[in-house]
Design a protein around this ligand. Structure first.
Ligand SMILES: [Zn+2]
Length: 104
């Protein structure tokens, strides 16, 4: 992880909303959790040990959340697959009806 330049982003913050602003590059971020992740990825060399440990913990939580999301998505795909298979088997009287089209 290196201290690389951060590209500029157009952001629109609603009035009255506070943002977490990066002290290194000034980039506004939605939450402190995102600020910790941004600092760890883009400004690793400037962080002290405490901030690096916060990044590791936030990164580990983010990975856990992603793993949970992937498992839920896989479960949803399996449910959708079997739902279509069930509907197909109910709607079709003869699942091999395509074979009846071929003259024997
Ligand atoms: Zn930054």
């Amino acid at each position: 992880m290196t201290d690389r330049p951060t590209p500029t982003y157009e952001t629109d913050v609603p009035p009255g909303e506070s943002t977490a602003e990066c002290p290194h590059c000034g980039r506004p971020l939605e939450s402190d959790r995102l600020l910790v992740l941004h600092e760890g990825i883009d400004h690793w060399e400037r962080l002290d040990d405490e901030r690096r440990e916060e990044f590791r913990e936030a990164y580990r939580r983010e990975n856990d959340d992603l793993r949970t999301f992937r498992l839920k998505t896989l479960g949803l795909l399996v449910i959708v697959y079997f739902a279509f298979l069930f509907v197909y088997s109910v709607q079709t009287e003869d699942p091999y009806s395509v074979l009846t089209l071929v003259p024997i």
